[in-house]
Design a binder for this molecule. Structure first.
Ligand code: CTP
Length: 399
């Protein structure tokens, strides 16, 4: 897995920098190519000589080296790497990264890099706990960077607490897991639907629900990260104008979703139906806005097709079909009925509450598999849940 992998190792000026020499060695020993970039203050903690002897490559600090006249191209460095690992990442560098500052080669490389970026903070416990630092970390994560969280233990200050850079072995494992996960869905075609559907009564009113589409979007991102060719079909959500690195089709009603989804499903390896499809639509959609009068208004509803059940009937032998179930009572029993009646391989059971459900950033689910086994997640951010779900699908459905 490691052979030929290109790691850009950014080292900043903290006492933990000495551990990054060992980290560079772990990468090299595993078969990776390692290019080190030091910030100017990192040179006070580690010498370029030891790192270049270990990696077999020159170590860069400045964009321009006056003695040799050499120009170190940050854009090329950023494009060269499969991953960039910044370890240790000091409070100062974290702040600059979070705000787009660019006063050294490491920061310029970070800003130009297109590859996944991991950062391993290291600082004293009170600095680490400071809201400014925590906000910078959260901001960096919101840009899609991966945090390798600081660990608890004795600190250089003599105090003890959270702030130590993760041990080099732990950082190495993080990157290894990332590479392993990245290829776990390689060559698979994954089709996902999500969000609500809107069933129009007249030009301004519709029957809909509060589904955000977040779970579908995170599942799609995670499948993409793991190497799948992803198509996402979304009902009306806030993601209307977002640009994704995979195919996204926007639809409005259940009938439209079926029209788009069904042909795509024919050659998909894994199909996930997480959309909160409206079960009914108005029998008539009025062309003009309905005017109120003295009488009550009766709207006749007719049944929408069940997209998941339709796919269940046409499922091919080596196609995997996964549904969702939203239940408020007899949850396991009802979800299992859906699993059987709709002929799916797994059902993800949701229950709406304050912490789980449509408009919350977190969720906790159980997955019921065809073979009778179940798995229950922790209450986590939906983004994390997507990763957990793919781990479960891969393991229990032998993908
Ligand atoms: N589903 C679908 N088409 C529908 C209704 C639901 O594809 N018209 C799918 C959902 O995407 C989900 C699963 O069926 O994967 C279960 O949806 P849910 O709303 O929990 O249940 P329903 O089948 O609609 O049954 P009920 O509302 O009676 O619980």
């Amino acid at each position: 897995m490691w052979a030929g992998k290109k790691i850009l190792l950014g080292i900043t000026g903290g006492i933990a920098a000495y551990k990054s020499i060992h980290l560079a060695r772990l990468f090299v020993k595993a078969g990776a190519e390692v290019q080190v970039v030091l910030t100017p203050s990192a040179r006070d903690f580690v010498t370029p000589l030891s790192l270049s002897a270990l990696t077999g490559r020159p170590v860069y600090t400045d964009t321009f080296e006056p003695e040799s006249g050499q120009w170190n191209n940050h854009v090329e460095l950023g494009l060269w790497a499969d991953v960039m690992v910044i370890a240790p990442a000091t409070a100062n560098t974290l702040s600059k990264m979070a705000n787009g500052l660019c006063d050294n080669l490491l920061l310029a490389t970070y800003l130009s890099a297109r590859c996944p970026i991991f950062f391993a903070p290291a600082m004293d416990l009170d600095m680490y706990a400071h809201p400014a630092v925590q906000q910078n970390i959260a901001r960096l994560q919101s840009f899609g960077n991966y945090l390798i969280d600081a660990e608890v233990g004795p600190l250089a200050s003599g105090l003890e607490g959270k702030g130590r850079m993760a041990e080099p072995e732990h950082i190495f494992q993080h990157i290894e897991q990332f590479f392993a996960a990245k290829s776990s869905l390689a060559k698979k075609k994954v089709l996902i639907n999500g969000g609500p559907t809107y069933e129009y009564i007249d030009p301004v009113r519709f029957i809909g629900n509060h589904s955000s589409g977040d779970t579908a979007v995170f599942l799609a991102w995670e499948a993409h990260k793991r190497g799948a060719e992803v198509t996402l079909v979304l009902g009306p959500t806030r993601y209307k104008n977002d640009i994704f690195p995979f195919t996204v089709k926007h639809v409005t009603s259940a009938l439209e979703m079926l029209d788009v989804f069904l042909p795509l499903s024919a050659d998909s390896d894994i199909v996930i139906c997480s959309a909160a499809v409206a079960d009914y639509r108005p029998k008539v959609t009025f062309q003009q806005k309905i005017k109120k009068n003295e009488q009550n208004l009766l709207i006749e509803l007719e049944k929408n097709p069940d997209i998941l059940a339709t796919l269940g009937k046409r499922k091919k032998e080596n196609q995997v079909l996964i549904g969702f179930a939203l239940e408020t009572e007899n949850q396991i029993e009802n979800a299992r009925k859906k699993l059987i009646n709709k002929n799916v391989d797994a059902i993800v059971l949701n229950s709406p509450s304050q912490a789980t459900g449509f408009s919350t950033p977190t969720n906790q689910v159980s997955v019921l598999f065809k073979d009778g086994t179940t798995a229950t997640s922790q209450l986590v951010l939906k983004e994390k849940l997507a990763s957990w779900l793919w781990d479960m699908f891969l393991k229990s459905l032998h993908l």
